[in-house]
Design a protein around this ligand. Structure first.
Ligand SMILES: NC(=O)c1ccc[n+]([C@@H]2O[C@H](COP(=O)([O-])OP(=O)(O)OC[C@H]3O[C@@H](n4cnc5c(N)ncnc54)[C@H](OP(=O)(O)O)[C@@H]3O)[C@@H](O)[C@H]2O)c1
Length: 282
């Protein structure tokens, strides 16, 4: 009855692991470098590289359910190995960039859609989580805010409905525990649509000081962000933000429906993680 948690040191995976372990479920953590994982006492850490099928069988041996990160390269082989191993149900961390509208998908959407399609074509029972922007994306502003520098970003008035990673983990754990959720696609968001400026305003309010914002042009953003991500992905991201300027995004009630309590707010996330935005000597 072991549950395999991939991405066990990821923002979401670690939270899933901790919740399952605290609930007394037998869990196995996996990583490409399991020796570097810091897992709760008594939890096995095993090697698994979602791009390397030769690592699948051992990691899946004796596994009943799995929490999976999306990685298209080995997805078909992974799901075949899971079916062979007798895995009964998987929960996939996908993305809201996979729309059902029929609109052409951007590279992020295609990346996740490829894994969803391989999963749908497999023999496995599955629940697919499609979160929108994570609240934790705000970490991208932390160095500037800690250093008292302006936050530099394009499309400052673009909206997202940031979802707290604890809520994604809570829904994942509920899906692992509830066969009624099997076969469903769950789109997740936070409880309110906020522009980037409004999110920075929440941090500023909690810090008790102004946080200046320097809005970049698209060209400046390409220059500054280009070294950190592939060009087609950056292009897609900038396109999403450009389209969301002054346009509140849809808020989903999935967290409440599945967990029975309201989704956590961005303010709550910011209160919990304020240390990352505060200089060490203050
Ligand atoms: N940030 C957002 O706004 C957002 C929104 C929607 C969806 N998503 C999706 O959510 C996921 C990111 O979640 P996160 O923030 O929890 O991740 P994260 O903190 O960046 O961690 C990524 C995890 O993925 C694992 N991983 C990466 N490549 C792997 C591979 N080839 N084989 C095995 N494990 C691999 C890493 O494990 P090891 O390094 O230990 O091997 C790590 O634990 C992505 O798929 C992203 O597209 C993000």
């Amino acid at each position: 009855m072991t549950i395999l948690v991939t991405g066990a040191r990821g923002n979401v995976g670690r939270r899933v692991l901790d919740r399952l372990h605290a609930a007394g479920q037998p869990v196995r953590a996996s990583s490409r470098t399991p020796g570097e994982l810091d897992v709760p006492a008594g939890v096995d850490a095993v090697p698994l590289d979602l791009n390397r099928p030769e690592t699948f069988d051992a990691a899946l041996d004796g596994v009943d359910q799995a929490f999976l990160y999306a990685e298209p390269a080995g997805a078909k082989e992974l799901f075949a190995a899971a079916a062979r191993a007798g895995v009964r149900h998987v929960v996939l961390l996908s993305s809201s960039t996979v729309h059902e509208s029929g609109a052409p998908l951007d590279p992020l959407g295609r990346f996740h859609a490829a894994v969803e399609e391989a999963l749908a074509a497999s023999a496995l029972s599955a629940t697919v989580l499609r979160p929108g922007a994570f609240a934790g994306n705000a970490y991208g502003w932390s160095a500037a805010i800690r250093g008292g520098r302006p936050v530099r970003l394009p499309y400052a008035r673009a909206h997202t409905a940031p979802v707290h990673e604890d809520d994604i983990a809570d829904v994942a754990v509920a899906a692992l525990g509830d066969p009624a959720v099997a076969g469903r696609i769950l789109t997740l968001s936070g409880p309110e649509s906020l522009s980037f400026t409004e999110q920075i305003g929440v941090l500023s309010d909690l810090l008790g000081r102004g946080v200046p914002v320097h809005e970049l042009t698209r060209e400046e953003a390409v220059e500054e962000m280009g070294p950190h991500m592939p060009a087609p992905v950056l292009d897609a991201l900038l396109g999403q933000w450009a389209a969301a300027v002054d346009r509140p995004v849809r808020v989903e009630d999935t967290v409440k429906r599945i967990t029975g309590r309201p989704a956590r707010t961005f303010r709550q996330w910011a209160e919990e993680h304020l240390g990352a935005f505060t200089p060490a000597d203050s």
